[in-house]
Design a protein around this ligand. Structure first.
Ligand code: GLC
Length: 424
């Protein structure tokens, strides 16, 4: 009898185990692949898989935020269940919300209150929490400490100073035998990255943030014109013509190979520039981006990425659990130390290990806290068009096709029409 019982128990156990295995689900997550993003995403996902027994496919997406957005729109418009978890840009919640799950049904207030409240507000659309903050960022200025020292220069406080210092060091280095030296590299390809850079120039000159808090389009003003005129003067002077086709990684390529004095980029470039195989390891300084002269102020565009669950996922609860794991304190700390991805959790900016790995998370805390937002909340689902009109216009000015004043006047009327006179 007892052997029969034990056989029965074994059988029961086997059924339970095999049932358990059969229930292992496969999720898929789309991750960015800029810098160390993809490998950090894989490692984070792997830890969750090991703990839960579920499989996860990691899908790499295009580096350009503009291309990634187009891809997501296609996938979501077809209601495809192919991607469960989407890495979404800080400017997309308003547009993608109809396709995303309300995470507050799975994730409590005790979890959400640890993030920057502004990010939770950004990710809450019509009362629905559509994404959790994964990492935040703002544009910063990288410079070569060794070159500035060699030429007795200070990190610039204004764009005018940057222009002069970049030119002086670039010319001297070229004469000294490096014909490839550039003064300044940044993102001027026609895509979302140029919207970020150009917003920084305009805001730093006191020219506003394209649209004001009431929804009125403000882009056509004399300070914005002056900002774009100065930026256009860089092309072919302190920046190569090729910058008109640079995204983040192309700028980093030039700077990290030792061929630029200054670079505008996001914080992720710090970890890579200081990696063991980097020619400029230990020679990089990071400060806030310059102000646009005495009437301007230092600023940086708010960027960053969130994790959202698709409404068409067949495993929304499980997907939300993976999102919770990836956006948790421990994982954000690991990513900050290994990849210099800014935590979206304020407490991590007081963590000694994080600050030792990325000192400017401490020194530039206010830059990150007061970063200037692109007008995505006010423009809602029209944001992608606003941004595209803006970067097309700026690209035309930089490439010398139009002058700044008429380009901004034309943009002002286009955006005013698109906004229905500021009502959106
Ligand atoms: C970075 C930012 C993101 C921005 C993009 C533009 O990835 O985090 O917010 O849209 O750059 O290229």
């Amino acid at each position: 009898m007892s052997t029969l019982l034990s056989k029965l128990l074994t059988l029961l156990l086997l059924i339970l185990i095999s049932g358990g295995v059969a229930r292992a689900a496969t999720l898929s997550i789309s991750c960015g692949a800029v810098g160390k993003e993809l490998s950090l995403c894989r490692q984070g996902v792997e830890a969750w898989s090991q703990r839960t027994g579920h499989h996860v496919k990691v899908v790499a997406t295009p580096n350009s935020a503009t291309e990634r957005f187009a891809l997501y729109q296609q996938i979501l418009a077809s209601h495809s269940s192919d991607i469960d978890i989407l890495q979404i840009d800080v400017v997309w919640p308003g547009t993608l919300a109809p396709h995303l799950v309300d995470l507050s049904q799975y994730i409590g207030g005790d979890v959400t209150q640890q993030y920057f409240p502004a990010l939770i507000a950004n990710n809450t659309i019509a009362g629905k929490l559509v994404a959790l903050p994964w990492f935040t960022n703002a544009g910063v200025l990288y410079y070569r400490k060794d070159l500035l020292k060699k030429y007795h220069a200070q990190p610039p406080a204004t764009w005018q100073q940057l222009t002069a210092t970049a030119r002086r060091i670039q010319d001297a280095e070229r004469r000294a035998g490096n014909p490839r030296m550039q003064g300044f590299v940044f993102q001027a390809k026609g895509y979302e990255g140029l919207t970020c850079d150009a917003l920084e120039w305009i805001d730093s000159f006191g020219g506003g943030a394209l649209v004001d808090a009431d929804g009125t389009v403000t882009v056509d003003n004399p300070r914005a014109v002056a900002a774009l005129q100065l930026a256009a003067s860089w092309i072919g002077d302190i920046a190569p013509q090729g910058v008109l086709n640079y995204d983040e990684e192309e700028s980093r390529g030039v700077f990290q190979s030792g061929n630029a004095v200054f670079m505008r980029n996001w914080p992720y470039a710090w970890a890579l520039g200081n990696a063991a195989d980097s020619p400029i390891r230990g020679r990089i300084g990071v400060v806030a981006l310059p102000a646009g002269g005495p009437d301007g102020h230092q600023t940086g565009t708010l960027g960053g990425w969130q994790l959202a669950v698709s409404r068409y996922s067949q495993h929304p609860e499980l997907a939300a659990d993976l999102v919770r794991h990836l956006t948790a304190y421990a994982e954000q700390k690991r990513r900050a130390i290994a990849g210099s991805y800014n935590p979206a959790i304020p407490a991590l900016y007081r963590d000694k290990e994080v600050l030792a790995a990325v000192p400017f998370f401490g020194t530039l805390y206010t830059t990150f806290e007061h970063a200037v937002a692109r007008p995505s909340r006010i423009a809602g689902s029209k944001y992608a068009r606003v941004s595209a009109e803006f970067y097309y216009a700026v690209h035309d000015v930089l490439s010398g096709k139009t002058e700044a004043a008429p380009a901004l006047a034309a943009l002002q009327s286009k955006l005013t029409r698109l906004s229905r006179g500021g009502q959106w």
